[in-house]
Write a protein that binds this ligand. Structure first.
Ligand code: ADP
Ligand code: ASP
Ligand code: MG
Length: 403
C-alpha cells in the first residue's frame, strides 16, 4: 500500500466549510487505497490570537507555558477533521504529539523533532484508520510540550514523511504551488513546477512564507521529496526535490522580499580587533538575530561605522543592549525601521557572470537606492526602502525573464 503525509495549513482549515473540504481531499486519497497520515495546523489567525494574549499578560511570558498555550490551536483542528471524517464513515482519530510521542530537542518555540514513535500510528493505520496528528508541537525530554517555530507544521509533515518512510508528502496550502515570487504581491508571478532544496531553502529563508525554512532544511537533510499544492483548486503543484531541470536561459528561479527589518548603525566605534565581536556577543546571548552586516572602512584608521539589520521588533532591545555595553564606545546609535530586503535566488547564478551588475542596473533604472548588499553562491540580497519593494520585485522579475 502506498502511503502519504497530507499537511493542511491554517487557511486550509480556517472555517467549518474548509474543514469539510479537507475531509473531501483526505477521502480522495483513501479512495485510491492509500495509507494516509494527516497533520494539521491551527485555524488561520488562532496562533496570532494566542500570542497576543501572552503579550497582554507579560512582556516576558514564561517560555514553557507559551508553548503549551500555542499548541492548543492544532488540537482543535485535528479533533474537527477527525470528527468530520468519522461523520463520513471513515475510521479516524486525532493524536496530540505527546500521545505518540513526537520527541523534540532545543529551546521552546524553536524546537526540532528528534524522534517520532511510530507504534500506535502504524497499528491504527493497519486497521484502516486515518490518524490526524497535531502539527507544530512535540514534547521534550522533560515531558513538556514544545513548539517548532512559526509555520512549524511544515516541519512536522516532513519529519512524519521521514519516520514513516512514506511514498509522498503533500503540503496543502492556499496557493497552488511555489511561485517565482509571492503571487499575492505580484500578478506576473509564475508557478515553478520543480525546484531544488537549495533554492527552496534560500527562498524560504529570504521571505517566501510558503514553506518554513527549517522544514526545507529537514527535507534536504533527509532527502524527502515533497509537493506544495492548493487545497482549493485541483491543480498540479510544485515538486521540491534534490535536482532541478532548468531551461538553459533560466538563471534566476525566484525573487523574495522580507518585511519588518530594521537597519541599525553604530556611528564611531573604535576600529580595532575584537570590537565587532564585543558588539554582537550580547546580541546573540539575547537571541537577537543579526542578518546583513557592513563595516565601513575607516578613513583615519581609528573609528568606523558598523551597520547591521535585525527584526524591527528587536530594535528597542538592541538599543538598550548596545547602550549598556561597557566593552564598546561609540558616538551615536541610529536606526531605520522602514527597510526591507529583496533577494534574487537561482543556482544558475553560479555559472553566469554579470548577475550582480544586472540586478543593480535594473534597480537603478527605477531610482531604487541600495543601502546594504549581501551575497552567497546562489543569492544576492539588497536592503532598500520599504516603499520601493513592489517596484523592485517587479523590475527584477522582468529583468530576469520571470514575467
Ligand atoms: P499555510 O497556512 O498553508 O502554512 P502560509 O501562509 O504559511 O500557508 O504560506 C502560504 C503563503 O505564502 C501564500 O498565501 C503566499 O502569499 C505566500 N508566499 C510568499 N512567497 C511565495 C511564493 N514564492 N510562492 C508561493 N507562495 C508564496
Ligand atoms: N499554527 C502555527 C503557526 O501559525 C503552525 C503552522 O501554522 O504551521 O505558526
Ligand atoms: Mg505556513
Amino acid at each position: 500500500m502506498k502511503t502519504v503525509v497530507l499537511k493542511f495549513g491554517g487557511t486550509s482549515v480556517g472555517s467549518i466549510d474548509r474543514i469539510k473540504n479537507v475531509a473531501r481531499i483526505i477521502s480522495s486519497y483513501k479512495r485510491k487505497k492509500m495509507g494516509v497520515i494527516v497533520v494539521s495546523s491551527a485555524m488561520s489567525g488562532t496562533t496570532n490570537e494566542l500570542i497576543k494574549k501572552t503579550k497582554e499578560l507579560s512582556n516576558s511570558f514564561d517560555a514553557a507555558e507559551y508553548d503549551v498555550l500555542l499548541a492548543t490551536g492544532e488540537q482543535a483542528t485535528c479533533a474537527l477533521i477527525a470528527g468530520r471524517l468519522k461523520h463520513l464513515g471513515f475510521k479516524a482519530r486525532s493524536w496530540m504529539s505527546w500521545q505518540l510521542p513526537i520527541i523534540t530537542e532545543g529551546p521552546y518555540s524553536s524546537s526540532r523533532i528528534s524522534k517520532i514513535n511510530k507504534g500506535k500510528i502504524l497499528s491504527f493505520m493497519k486497521s484502516g484508520g486515518i490518524p490526524i496528528i497535531t502539527g507544530f508541537q512535540g514534547i521534550n525530554l522533560e515531558n513538556r510540550i514544545t513548539t517548532l517555530g512559526r509555520g512549524g507544521t511544515d516541519a512536522s509533515a516532513i519529519m512524519l514523511a521521514k519516520y514513516f518512510n512514506t511514498d509522498a508528502c503533500d503540503i496543502y496550502t492556499d496557493v497552488d504551488g511555489v511561485y517565482t515570487t509571492d503571487p499575492r504581491n505580484h500578478s506576473k508571478a509564475k508557478k515553478i513546477h520543480k525546484i531544488s532544496y537549495d533554492e527552496m531553502l534560500e527562498m524560504a529563508s529570504l521571505g517566501a512564507k510558503v514553506m518554513q525554512p527549517t522544514s526545507v532544511q529537514d527535507a534536504k537533510l533527509n532527502n524527502i521529496n515533497f509537493s506544495v499544492k492548493s487545497s482549493f483548486q485541483k491543480k498540479k503543484g510544485t515538486l521540491i526535490t534534490a535536482v532541478k531541470k532548468t531551461f538553459s536561459n533560466q538563471i534566476i528561479t525566484g525573487i523574495t522580499s522580507t518585511k519588518n527589518n530594521s537597519k541599525v548603525t553604530i556611528v564611531g566605534v573604535k576600529d580595532r580587533p575584537g570590537v565587532a565581536a564585543a558588539v554582537f556577543k550580547p546580541l546573540s546571548l539575547n537571541q537577537i538575530n543579526v542578518d546583513m552586516v557592513v563595516q565601513n572602512i575607516s578613513l583615519n584608521g581609528k573609528e568606523t561605522d558598523l551597520t547591521f539589520t535585525i527584526k524591527s521588533e528587536d530594535v528597542k532591545k538592541t538599543e538598550k543592549i548596545i547602550k549598556q555595553n561597557k566593552k564598546i564606545s561609540f558616538r551615536k546609535f541610529t536606526y531605520d525601521n522602514n527597510v526591507s530586503k529583496v533577494s534574487i535566488i537561482g543556482v544558475g547564478m553560479i555559472t553566469t557572470p554579470g548577475i550582480t551588475y544586472r540586478m543593480f542596473q535594473a534597480l537603478a533604472s527605477k531610482k531604487i537606492n541600495i543601502m546594504v548588499i549581501s551575497t552567497s553562491e546562489i543569492k544576492i540580497s539588497v536592503l532598500i526602502s520599504n516603499k520601493q519593494i513592489k517596484k523592485a520585485v517587479a523590475v527584477l522579475h522582468r529583468e530576469f525573464k520571470l514575467d
